[in-house]
Design a protein around this ligand. Structure first.
Ligand SMILES: [Zn+2]
Length: 181
């Protein structure tokens, strides 16, 4: 019996180690909605905005999830279709855009409840705002090629903010935005 219990413990430990972190259903929906929304409106707001890469790093309490990144950096393991994961390193309330892994700029953001956005809709609008920073940061003069952020790059977030010409209500009324909380 003791042998059986030991075997059971070893097996569960092995299983636990092999479990790849998974996005929650809510996070998956919100991320999908961001890319759907971006694809739908970005070029109406700024010509060729869609050419700007839009990698996103979602910071959850235990895990960071990276998506839409052409070359996932070392330390990330595959966690799904165009989704990579690593143990958390950034604060869960972070909300910034910077070349976390070298260019291109990555949106690094916590889950809505952990950020100032609190709920899904403001969070999505914030993501569009951050995505605009990706467009800005992709402009040649803003960040010299090869430049690396210093220890706390989000404190150096000094780019001119550009408000997106779209209100939450307008987006909802027009059906562009489907999430309502
Ligand atoms: Zn900003």
């Amino acid at each position: 019996m003791r042998l059986l219990i030991t075997f059971f413990l070893i097996t569960t430990a092995a299983l636990a180690q092999n479990t790849t972190p998974q996005l929650t259903a809510d996070d998956a929906v919100r991320i999908r909605e961001f890319y759907r929304l971006a694809a739908q409106i970005q070029n109406q707001i700024w010509p060729d905005w869609s050419r700007t890469p839009a990698p996103l790093l979602l910071v959850t309490p235990d895990t960071e999830f990276l998506t839409h990144h052409a070359e996932p950096p070392k330390g990330f393991e595959k966690a799904g279709d165009d989704l990579y994961a690593r143990p958390r390193q950034f604060p869960t309330n972070l909300l910034a855009t910077f070349p976390a892994f070298g260019p291109p700029s990555v949106i690094v953001i916590g889950e809505p409840r952990n950020t100032t956005s609190k709920t899904s809709t403001p969070w999505l609008v914030t993501l569009m705002h951050e995505h605009f920073h990706q467009l800005q940061n992709a402009q040649p003069r803003l960040l010299p090629s090869g430049a690396r952020p210093r220890a706390k790059p989000w404190r150096q977030h000094r780019y001119v903010d550009v408000e997106l010409p779209i209100s939450v209500r307008k987006a909802r009324d027009s059906g562009i935005l489907r999430i309502s909380s």
